[in-house]
Design a protein around this ligand. Structure first.
Ligand code: FAD
Ligand code: UDP
Length: 439
């Protein structure tokens, strides 16, 4: 691996800025990489190169207009929701919002029923007329006693019993993960609650909204800082030894970074089938789940999410599979064990911060990744604090960056990162290790 990009910043053989180099190389232009690029450039005035092997920014949250002119999410539906005012305020610098509350129906026993399971789901499924209180009693009568809830199956049957589990969760989970629910951590199905009221929203977070002009526009504004250069269609391995840099933010799969030295971490993939229909609307809500029929798990109609007015409508079908881009870490004990080996390796790499869903092998939503990236930024900033006092204001202004060698900065210019953060530095600096605590 490229651990020797800059052979010691005290006496750099290739001063970064002199060669058009960068303070930070960010690998991956999704949420994790873009938030860090934006923070490092705008708050610390560092020069950032962000590369992505894909031909676009935004990572899996990228959106674009299809041939019919409808705004779609090529990598599946992305609905923004968070309880964190910090995350929402941060992103609000780069976008206006369109309030949107996502609703999902599940196709079960010939009916389209609210998902998460709520009072209406149960009443319509069983032809009953329970009140909220009666539903609590009904679920209690169905629920199985499980001493220690460990798996995704335990999680559901301990709350709603076997029949609802079989109808709504068992087959969807098998299809989505290629595993039995009993083989997956409880946290997977715990993402979907059960309600005894009639609330039919998929999420109940305080902030629920879509970027008014789309995710890609939001990312464009995040990356528009003059200190940030964006390089697309570029695997970082093609450039890590060509372009001088001092610190790396890595947001790709963690096992790939270490050349799979502890074996492959399983990531579940999806095949997306996009369809445009010559009609204004296809389904009543944003997403319809098909737990028990078909090879796909769900159909999403984008116009519900985007609010776009258009004579046609675009849908995406999601077909889970093993091969393909890594979309989901697979939460189960044996994978956590492999990840721990990689995590230990990341801790030996003070000059690389591992951030995001793939690099920390966490089934995170967008807001959690933003929170993780902001927390990583705080740690990096603390690590850089002492060095910043020596930083020349304007050193990295667009106009001067290309011509001002770092070696001419005060205190030999190598002090943008403290000595212990250097690739061959004498000691590891845990503050720069990027393992952030999600909020
Ligand atoms: P990514 O977006 O995966 O970005 C990593 C980037 O690194 C990629 O662009 C990749 O091309 C690049 N990369 C990898 N390796 C290299 C390399 N060697 N060189 C250069 N570049 C590289 N979250 C929600 O909050 N709400 C939702 O509704 C929601 N729906 C989702 C639906 C689907 C189908 C999926 C798969 C995810 C969904 N998510 C949702 C989760 C959301 O996509 C992630 O939380 C978020 O996008 C992760 O951002 P990231 O930056 O960590 O990773
Ligand atoms: N799930 C299910 N039936 C559903 C919806 C979800 O069994 O109708 C389970 C399934 O295991 C899924 C998990 O709950 O992977 C999390 O669902 P979520 O909608 O949060 O998945 P994501 O949007 O991340 O794909």
């Amino acid at each position: 691996m490229g651990f020797n990009n800059a052979p010691g910043l005290g006496a750099p053989s290739r001063p970064a800025a002199a060669n058009g180099g960068f303070d930070v190389l960010v690998v991956g232009a999704g949420f994790a990489g873009s938030v860090l690029a934006e923070r490092l450039a705008s708050q610390l005035n560092l020069r950032v190169l962000i590369c992505d092997k894909r031909p676009h920014i935004g990572g899996n949250a990228h959106d674009r207009y299809d041939d019919a002119g409808l705004l779609i999410h090529p990598y599946g539906p992305h609905i923004f929701h968070t309880n964190s005012a910090d995350v929402f305020d941060y992103l609000s610098q780069f976008t206006e919002w369109r309030p949107y509350q996502h609703r999902v129906l599940a196709s079960v026993d010939g009916q389209l029923l609210p998902m998460p399971i709520n009072l209406d789901t149960v009443n319509r499924l069983y032809g009953m007329n329970l009140t909220a209180l009666e539903m609590e009693g009904f679920l209690a009568s169905q629920a199985e006693q499980i001493e220690q809830v460990k798996t995704s199956e335990d999680m559901v049957v301990s709350k709603v019993g076997r029949d609802l589990f079989n109808k709504f969760f068992r087959n969807y989970t098998r299809k989505q993960w290629g595993l039995e629910p009993a083989e997956l951590d409880a946290s997977v199905t715990a993402r979907v609650p059960t309600r005894c009221n009639r609330d039919d929203r998929y999420f109940t977070d305080t902030f629920q909204a879509m970027p008014r002009h789309g995710y890609t526009r939001m990312f464009e504004r995040m990356l528009a800082h003059p200190n940030i250069k964006v390089m697309l269609n570029t695997d970082y391995r093609e450039i890590e030894h060509l372009v001088p840099w001092r610190h790396m933010v890595y947001t790709g799969p963690v096992d790939a970074y270490f050349n799979y030295r502890h074996g492959r971490l399983p990531y579940r993939s999806l095949r997306f089938e996009h369809v445009t229909l010559p009609q204004e609307q296809y389904q009543a809500v944003g997403t319809v789940n098909y737990p028990n029929d078909y090879a796909y798990t769900r159909i999403t109609e984008f116009k519900h999410l985007t609010g776009q007015a258009h004579a046609q409508t675009s849908l995406v079908y999601e077909f889970p599979c093993d091969e393909g881009d890594p979309y989901y870490p697979v939460p189960r004990p044996q994978n956590a064990e492999i990840y721990r080996l990689y995590q230990a390796d990341t801790e030996q790499m003070p000059n690389v911060s591992f951030v995001g869903r793939l690099a920390t092998y966490k089934y995170y939503n967008m807001d959690q990744v933003v929170a993780q990236a902001l927390a990583t930024f705080k740690k990096l900033k603390a690590g850089l604090g002492a060095a910043q006092a020596l930083h020349t204001p304007g050193l990295h202004d667009a106009a001067t960056a290309a011509v001002t060698p770092l070696s001419e900065a005060p205190a030999n210019g190598a002090a943008l990162l403290p000595a212990r953060t250097r690739r061959d530095g004498p000691a590891a600096n845990p503050a720069l290790n990027g393992a952030a605590t999600p909020q």
